[in-house]
Design a protein around this ligand. Structure first.
Ligand code: ATP
Ligand code: MG
Length: 418
């Protein structure tokens, strides 16, 4: 991608009502545009990041047997009346709308009712189970406050997976597998060392639900963390009894702020029973299916990563999510320089490396400042002094030093982790 053709520009200022660091950085770098509180447009570079995160989540869900679908955002009222969730006192963040004929609809905030009725169409026997349908979809929630940038949207991207099992035992096996897949996701996003599983209130079907919390002062949650054991307790269930239960002691727990980047929940038969979602077990006896639900906030993760990986110059994307692996800064318009930089762009692109090419007619300082703000992991400079040598000046965004490398060394360095 050539920066000369990119319609987004970096900017020095952000809307005065945008107080969240993640959104400020992303707006300055031209990754997102703020439309209203909690609602953003994802611009070309921002969409690349969002898609990179989605793809990592998708790969890990597929590895544990997830099957991707896409359910509608428009929700039938009757289904939610059946489970009692149409009531605004039960779910307080619904966006609701109407058909021309007056029939009420809801905009999806979570899809248990939808997926349970869907499975009634397709599941007949215990042999079909367990199954794990999931989707990556825009969710709508009328959040009371939305001041955390991408971390709390009123319209946001979520991965929601649902499990259907014939027995509690089968459910527990699935639950554990998904839990491990979540750790893989966070590891690949480079936040594995800061992300901990916490026990949270579980409703009536299991003792606890589990949240995945990433440590950050920008987080809205408070958790009590045992760093050595790598587990934590959510504030709402932080009692002596729960500490005993989890083998934790108060003295070893740290009170820290964190961002909930995912959660997993045993639903029991809460959503299957109202729809009589049953299949025959091995003995031919009809069993109401056991469900689980598993959420990951994809756009919240993008905000979280922006929040955690940045410095005074801008974003510092982990390689796995960066919109490009490397940015070529071409210095000057001299034909020999242009030729050399064009060739490098073509060669790297030909190797399937995601490249940004700063071919704009700007001063060196401006180009370097933009490369830093955009947070591209590697920066290579092609200027007058590189024309006659085989050496290229390579800098890692997370390092202050530059080094001279050959073309082959450059390719080897940036391809090492892919
Ligand atoms: P929270 O306590 O932060 O409101 P939640 O319990 O409502 O989250 P879920 O309904 O379980 O969250 O949604 C699954 C995941 O979606 C959450 O773990 C979080 O990562 C993400 N998420 C929830 N609400 C939002 C939001 N308003 N904006 C962005 N991501 C969100
Ligand atoms: Mg919520």
């Amino acid at each position: 991608m050539r920066l000369s053709g990119l319609f987004t520009k970096t900017r020095k200022t952000v809307p005065s009502d945008e107080t969240a660091k993640n959104a400020q950085l992303l707006i300055k770098a031209g990754f997102v545009n703020k439309e209203m509180a909690g609602v953003y447009t994802f611009l070309p570079l921002g969409l690349r990041v969002l898609n990179n995160i989605s793809n990592i989540v998708r790969e890990e869900m597929n590895k544990v047997g997830g099957q991707e679908i896409l359910m509608p955002a428009l929700q039938l009222k009757e289904r939610y009346v059946t489970t009692g969730r149409w009531d605004d006192k039960v779910v307080d963040d619904w966006f609701k709308t109407k058909l021309v004929n007056g029939a009420e609809l809801g905009l999806g905030f979570s899809h248990e009712e939808n997926v349970a009725t869907l499975m009634k169409e397709y599941l007949n026997s215990y042999r079909d189970l367990p199954i794990l349908p999931y989707q990556i979809q825009t969710k709508f929630r009328n959040e009371l406050r939305s001041k955390s940038g991408l971390m709390r949207g009123r319209e946001f991207l979520m991965k929601d997976m649902y499990s259907f099992s014939i027995s509690q035992k089968q459910h527990e096996e699935v639950y554990e597998k998904v839990q491990n897949a979540y750790f893989e996701v966070y590891k690949r996003l480079d936040i594995g060392d800061k992300t901990f599983i916490t026990s949270a209130s579980g409703g009536s079907f299991s003792k606890y639900s589990h949240e995945f919390q990433t440590l950050s002062d920008a987080g809205e949650d408070t958790i009590y963390l045992d760093r050595k054991k790598k587990i934590a307790i959510n504030k709402e269930v932080f009692t002596d009894e729960v500490m005993d239960d989890l083998g934790l002691v108060r003295e070893e727990l740290e009170e820290v702020r964190a961002i909930e980047v995912g959660n997993i929940f045993s639903l029991g038969t809460k959503f299957s029973a109202p729809f009589a979602l049953k299949v025959a077990d091995e003995e031919g006896k009809a069993q109401t299916l056991i469900m689980g639900c598993y959420g990951i906030g994809i756009s919240r993760l993008m905000g979280t990563i922006a929040e955690l990986f940045s410095d005074e110059h801008g974003l510092v994307w982990p390689e796995a999510v960066a919109p490009a692996k490397i940015i070529i800064c071409r210095l000057g318009e001299d034909p020999a320089v242009v030729e050399k930089a064009d060739k490098l762009f073509k060669d790297l692109t030909g190797k399937d490396i995601a490249v940004l090419y700063d071919d704009r007619d700007l001063r060196t300082g401006e180009k370097f400042a933009d490369a830093d703000l955009l947070g591209i992991p590697y920066r290579v400079v092609v200027g007058q002094q590189n024309v006659d040598t085989q050496q290229l000046e390579l800098k890692q965004r997370s390092h202050t030093t530059t080094k001279l490398v050959s073309y082959t060394e450059l390719v080897n360095t940036i391809q090492k982790e892919t």
